[in-house]
Design a protein around this ligand. Structure first.
Ligand code: NAD
Ligand code: UDP
Length: 327
């Protein structure tokens, strides 16, 4: 990266966005973080507010933004089922109108633009592990698909802007990522299980817990995104970024119980509609073009995340608010 590059991160006050802000500041960039705080918080970037190369702007990407930048990371979008299903119409608007607005900005100022797409574009996949050439198995009308179809349409827009307007695009298909600053109340499995274990509450396995996911530690993921942004114009994706080690949800619960030394019991809850049964990225392409692979083992990443949540829960005001997702 050239020193003093101006980088816009939409959704920069969210879980992934806040880590990306930190990493790009450390690399010498000027970072503009734009967020409407739908699922992110000011506290995620509070420690950066005094930095002379950091700027926080309250902005909703469904409206145009007029600024001058060299690079755009488009991360704005609630990412957990609880958050994206709260206002599904707004979720689709954020992905679709947000992509149009940010692509329009990239076109006007000639910026490179990276889209945070998702493994959800593969839906409940018939191809396993998922390779980038698989088109996916997505039900357009279920409650999950405001997110999946919004993200699929955003990918379409990115590729049309590339073909039609010669934009320099990058599309990353991000698989389940975890780590410090996950939202404690957003119902994602890693944060749910850790909080449940730390509070001695029941660990809620949806269904039998036999569905699988592959969990990438946040630092590894951010490294992959930055490497993708820094590739030449011939590399644009869509490219899988995630950890190829696959675990059942029950195995994850067992590890969390073991690492926290908790006495929590596992209980079963109904499986959410259209919940993918298995998910694991094929990252061969990322390995070869980005020279990238995740380095953090699940055990090590979980220990760091547990320590984050231990500190968070020691703030008594937080525990009282942990109702929706983990009760
Ligand atoms: P997050 O909910 O913590 O962050 C999303 C951020 O976007 C939040 O700060 C939120 O306030 C902001 N936002 C939402 N709507 C907005 C709008 N209309 N205008 C401006 N800001 C808006 O989620 P995250 O886990 O950090 O995810 C970041 C991105 O990565 C998302 O686009 C998500 O789809 C993608 N992704 C994440 C994962 C994961 O496992 N974390 C997996 C696949 C894809
Ligand atoms: N899950 C679970 N218990 C929970 C939360 C989630 O068993 O308390 C399951 C969920 O059904 C899914 C997996 O864990 O199969 C991952 O869920 P998450 O919401 O973290 O991510 P996504 O489904 O979007 O991959």
């Amino acid at each position: 990266m050239h020193l003093e590059q101006r980088v816009l991160i939409t959704g920069g006050a969210g879980f992934l966005g806040s880590h990306l802000c930190e990493r790009l500041l450390a690399k010498g960039a000027n970072v503009i973080c734009a967020d409407n705080f739908f699922s992110g918080t000011r506290s995620n970037v509070e420690h950066l507010l005094e930095h002379r190369r950091f700027e926080l702007v309250r902005h909703d990407v469904t409206f145009p933004l007029y600024i001058e930048v060299d690079q755009i990371y488009n991360l704005a979008c609630p990412a957990s089922p609880i958050h994206y299903q709260r206002d599904p119409v707004q979720t689709t608007k954020t992905s679709v109108h947000g992509a149009i607005n940010m692509l329009g900005l990239a076109k006007r100022v000639g910026a490179k633009i990276l889209q945070a797409s998702t493994s959800e574009v593969y839906g409940d996949p018939y191809v396993h592990p998922q390779t980038e050439d698989y088109w996916g198995n997505v039900n357009p009308i279920g409650p999950r698909f405001c997110y999946d179809e919004g993200k699929r349409c955003a990918e379409t827009l990115f590729f049309d802007y590339k073909r039609q307007h010669k934009l320099r695009i990058k599309v990353a298909r991000i698989f389940n990522t975890y780590g410090p600053r996950m939202h404690p109340n957003d119902g994602r499995v890693v944060s749910n299980f850790i909080i449940q274990a730390l509070l001695g509450r029941d660990i809620t396995l949806y269904g039998e817990g036999q569905q699988t996911r592959s969990f990438c530690y946040v630092d590894d993921l951010i490294d992959g995104l930055i490497r993708l942004m820094e590739t030449g114009d011939g590399v644009f994706g869509p490219i899988n970024v995630g950890n190829p080690e696959e675990f059942t949800i029950r195995q994850l619960a067992e590890q969390v119980i073991d690492l926290t030394g908790s006495r929590s019991k596992m209980v079963h809850r109904p499986m959410p509609q259209d919940d993918p049964r298995q998910r694991r990225p094929d990252i061969s392409w990322a390995q070869s073009v980005l020279d990238w692979a995740p380095r953090t083992q699940l055990r090590e990443g979980l220990l760091r995340t547990i320590s984050y949540f231990e500190k968070l829960l020691s703030d008594e005001t937080v525990e009282g608010r942990l109702t929706t997702a983990v009760a």
